[in-house]
Design a protein around this ligand. Structure first.
Ligand SMILES: Cc1ncc(COP(=O)(O)O)c(C=O)c1O
Length: 432
């Protein structure tokens, strides 16, 4: 067997593949069917394009659900992974490693005074915030965390308990106690819902899975005041909307731009993952300075948290975004795309109801009933539209039953964005 370079995975696949069996059949036999996968088999990606096993090219505006922030096979990520793999891939958190310290310092610089904990995914980052809140309220017996309806916070048991969508909870009760949901962007509802047991409020700055809903500035500021007044922790789930997607490192920095409170606003805890590793798994949570003593030695841990390989990759991602001015690109291209999407809404009102979003986190809301997308094989209109776009060579991400999301790499060019709009327009035209 070839043992050098990129030949190893290819040779292994050839060796292990049984003649006549295709990848879909192997999945059917050996992989739990927890995802409703689309029919395509992807083999590789370059820049903002993915290629299937027949060599067909697809423009990727889904970005692996807001993960491939630098697109596919970006030289900076390849360089970081290969260089660091030669030095040190994993090292236990029993010891100090240089890159975890440097990445922590970077993230604190980008968020505000505080400290970091590193883990592997968004769900795990949120778990850390739940434990932080439990510790904070423990002396007074407070434990309840309020989250928003239509929120999404991950698929662990506490994650689905925190998530404000019934569909993720079905059949998994009893759930983790201590989570209640209140309408998003409704300060009054939060105030009304507070109980003596409430210890924290957790929200996404821009709801992603819930269909791309942006928090209003006065909502964020009001939550901060309420939390100060009632001694609650304000926790932000920046897993999908963070890491420059909206044009600033965190969504609240962008949402509050130009407001008087912008400089002072800081949550008490922030979860991140997805784009932070540009495709390599890494999650993290930040804790505000005043609360860093809550999680002391022995209180929390994870084997793979903050490995040298993950941290090297995240540092390369952050450095590239800054060096190439990609935050600004996300802001400007996002603004332009939103205008163009609104043109499509005006042009195809029988299919589209609204375009919304911030930076390169954009959603297209479908009409409740779309003639060309009637309920077929239990597939929602959003999934059906995503399938049709896939057939047209364009990848997007459904959110719920009636929204498709664009979460492209921040490296997306204007020409590529134009190509995406043309493909989208062609598919919409065929629906009316
Ligand atoms: C806002 C938000 N939080 C948490 C998660 C869970 O992240 P992960 O899938 O990495 O566990 C997601 C994933 O989509 C998310 O969008």
């Amino acid at each position: 067997m070839e043992t050098s370079g990129v030949e190893v995975p290819g040779a292994l696949v050839k060796q292990l593949k049984t003649a006549g069996e295709d990848v879909r059949a192997l999945f059917d036999r050996y992989v739990l069917p927890t995802y409703a996968r689309m029919g395509v088999v992807f083999t590789h990606g370059v820049g903002n394009y993915l290629f299937d096993d027949g060599g067909r090219r697809y423009l990727d505006l889904g970005g692996g659900i807001a993960v491939n922030v630098l697109g596919h096979s970006h030289p900076a990520i390849i360089e970081a992974l290969t260089q660091q793999a030669r030095r040190l891939i994993h090292c236990s958190n029993y010891y100090y490693t240089e890159l975890q310290a440097v990445l922590a310092r970077e993230l604190v610089r980008l968020i505000g005074p505080g400290k970091m904990f590193f883990c592997n995914s968004g769900a795990e980052a949120n778990e850390g915030l739940f434990k932080l809140a439990r510790r904070f309220g423990h002396p007074e017996g407070r434990f309840e965390i309020l989250t928003a309806t239509h929120s999404f916070h991950g698929r662990t048991l506490a994650g689905i308990s925190a998530t404000g969508q019934d569909k993720v909870k079905l059949g998994f009760d009893p759930l983790v106690p201590g989570f209640r949901h209140v309408p998003f962007n409704d300060l009054h509802a939060v105030r009304e819902a507070l109980s003596p047991a409430t210890v924290a409020i957790l929200i996404e700055g821009v709801q992603g899975e819930g269909g791309v809903h942006v928090a209003r500035p006065e909502y964020l500021v009001g939550l901060r005041r309420l939390c100060d007044e009632k001694r609650l922790l304000l926790l932000m789930d920046e897993v999908q909307c963070g890491c420059y997607r909206t044009g600033r490192f965190t969504s609240w920095q962008r949402i509050l731009e130009g407001s008087l409170e912008a400089a002072e606003f800081l949550p008490d805890g922030v979860a991140m993952a997805k784009s932070l590793g540009g495709g390599f798994p890494i999650g993290a949570f930040w804790v505000r300075e005043a609360h860093t003593a809550l999680l002391g030695p022995g209180s929390h841990g994870t084997t793979f948290g903050g490995t040298p390989l993950a941290c090297a990759t995240a540092l390369a991602v952050l450095h590239t975004i800054e060096a190439e001015g990609l935050a600004d690109r996300a802001r400007k291209l996002g603004q332009w795309l939103l205008v163009e999407l609104n043109h499509l809404v005006s042009r195809y009102p029988s299919v589209l109801r609204e375009a919304r979003g911030l930076g390169l986190m954009l959603g297209l809301q479908l009409q409740a009933e779309v003639a060309g997308l009637s309920n077929k094989n239990g597939l929602s209109p959003a999934s059906q539209l995503a399938e049709r776009l896939l057939q047209a060579g364009l990848l997007v991400i459904p959110a719920g039953t009636h929204v498709i999301r664009l979460l492209p790499a921040l490296t997306l060019t204007e020409d590529e964005a134009r190509e995406g709009l043309e493909k989208l327009q062609a598919v919409l035209a065929a629906l009316v």
